[in-house]
Design a protein around this ligand. Structure first.
Ligand code: IPE
Ligand code: IPE
Ligand code: MG
Length: 255
């Protein structure tokens, strides 16, 4: 008999609307097999495909994948070039699959840093998937949260200077409108693979109340079953948002 999939244990009513993932461990996965780090990135694409599909099947609305950070530009040139090639090739190849599955592609990050052929491939993919209404796949590319916050502050300052914004009216909602994630709700679950317990400049503001899940599994080994495990762990947690447990239970019984 086949072992039962964890999928059956997931409460479909309480699947996180937005999951964010730090896809880490590609380099070590490859080096542990005596291979070049790029071999790991190449195999990481299969995990992306599986997790995008698994998320869409579960009815997740937003999936944000941290693919390349601002700081990753400082890696050896050969790795950066290889990653950009892989990005362009993967995006081109995956667009028909995104369309078949009604998935819309978005990107957050400092896109001006990307090589021209990557910019072109991304623009094509945005245009070709813009009508899709299912899962929103958000790639964090050349992204860092501090870059995003500094950009938001600059735009706010410009709008104040141009008399478009009254400083005394700035609220949390205003700031949210100036972030690159303004169209998306905050993630409820953040997963990091490969046994590192840090955020590495990812969605610092948006993760304020996210549940954090860390696993030793390296990204190229991460598959749907691992995603189900993370979601089951999430579903066991009590999200209190600063309130007491009693208040949360009362709220549930009063509804
Ligand atoms: C994550 O894997 C992918 C990127 C950062 C592009 P790493 O390349 O960071 O792999 P490790 O952490 O060195 O194993
Ligand atoms: C974070 O991973 C960025 C991505 C997964 C794209 P890193 O491997 O760059 O993070 P650190 O250097 O271990 O903190
Ligand atoms: Mg890493």
């Amino acid at each position: 008999m086949l072992p039962m999939s964890l999928r059956a244990l997931i409460d479909n009513e309480r699947v996180p609307k937005h999951i964010a993932i730090i896809m880490d461990g590609n380099g070590r996965w490859a080096q542990e097999q005596g291979q070049d780090r790029l071999f790991g990135h190449f195999h990481g694409v299969a995990s992306v495909r599986d997790i995008v599909e698994g998320s869409a099947e579960l009815g997740v609305r937003y999936l944000t994948l941290y693919a390349f950070s601002t700081e990753n530009w400082d890696r050896p040139e050969q790795e950066v070039t290889g990653l950009m090639e892989l990005l362009v090739e993967t995006i081109r190849k995956e667009v028909p699959i995104l369309n078949k599955n009604n998935i819309r592609l978005h990107v957050i990050g400092e896109l001006s840093m990307l090589p021209d052929h990557a910019k072109v491939a991304l623009q094509e993919a945005f245009d070709l998937t813009a009508q899709n209404t299912g899962l929103n796949l958000v790639l964090a590319l050349s992204y860092s949260s501090r870059w995003e916050l500094v950009s938001a502050v600059k735009k706010i300052a410009e709008d104040v200077k141009a008399d478009k914004l009254d400083p005394s009216a700035i609220s949390q909602d205003t700031l949210q409108q100036y972030l690159s994630t303004s169209e998306f709700p905050d993630p409820e679950l953040m997963i990091r693979t490969s046994g590192e317990y840090r955020i590495s400049n990812f969605l610092l503001y948006q993760l304020a109340y996210a549940e954090l899940y860390f696993t030793q599994t390296r990204w190229p080994d991460f598959r749907k079953e691992n995603l189900y495990e993370a979601i089951l762990d999430f579903q066991k947690r009590e999200r209190r948002f600063g309130k007491t447990s009693g208040q949360i239970i009362d709220g549930l019984t009063n509804n």
